[in-house]
Design a protein around this ligand. Structure first.
Ligand SMILES: CC(C)(COP(=O)(O)OP(=O)(O)OC[C@H]1O[C@@H](n2cnc3c(N)ncnc32)[C@H](O)[C@@H]1OP(=O)(O)O)[C@@H](O)C(=O)NCCC(=O)NCCS
Length: 175
């Protein structure tokens, strides 16, 4: 079991009681603007099961992020192996917060302890971050936590053979 406290947040394992708040985050089109279609509650429930399973398998993954003052679940942060459709291997850092929790520095605060966990506890040599070129808020978090653009790793991804091409940018930080 993992529980890491920062000044304003707690990063911890997922609980069944997180589902309503987590589902509300994923049902928000603004949150999902660069991630794809909104999720229904069943999809959010399946994602929690997936994060728990991946954590058991890898010894790291995406944590629930709770606001210490309110005790509310405000999103996720963590590290995970890059998705199979990505043209290289590695471990990427990720974050997703409720719209109401943007603009407070929470993503960067969570991400800093995630990096520390990845480098110090897991022993990774490098952590990547991948996002759509248009997701400027996410790239701002990457820069704020000291990651640098690895332009040589940027890539295009096409969802279907004749579908739209999505430009992805990659940031990295080494231990
Ligand atoms: C990406 C995402 C997590 C970024 O959240 P964010 O709140 O912009 O990022 P930070 O936590 O770094 O907060 C920085 C902002 O908080 C402000 N801030 C306010 N109080 C602060 C404090 N005490 N400390 C630090 N920053 C503070 C900063 O000035 C900055 O404001 P700005 O955006 O106006 O420049 C959020 O937009 C999100 O969840 N998006 C949807 C999901 C998504 O796309 N995820 C990434 C997929 S790759």
């Amino acid at each position: 079991m993992i529980e890491i406290a920062t000044e304003r947040l707690i990063l911890r394992d997922w609980r069944e009681t997180d589902l309503p708040a987590w589902a509300a985050i994923n049902a928000d089109p603004e949150v999902r603007e660069h991630l794809g279609p909104v999720w229904d509650e069943a999809r959010s429930a399946a994602s929690i099961a997936h994060y728990q399973e991946a954590y058991r398998r890898n010894g790291f993954g995406f944590w629930a992020v709770e606001q210490r003052d309110s005790g509310e679940l405000i999103g996720l942060a963590g590290i995970d192996p890059v998705e199979p459709e990505v043209p290289f291997e590695g471990v990427e850092i990720g974050w997703r917060l409720a719209r109401s929790a943007w603009g407070h520095g929470y993503a960067s605060e969570a991400a800093r302890v995630v990096l520390e966990f990845g480098f110090q506890t897991v022993g990774l040599d490098e952590i990547l971050a991948i996002t759509l070129a248009g997701n400027v808020r996410s790239q701002a978090v990457m820069r704020r936590i000291g990651m640098t653009h690895a332009a040589d790793l940027d890539f295009d991804h096409r969802e279907t053979p004749d579908g739209e091409v999505f430009r992805h940018v990659v940031y990295r930080k080494r231990r």
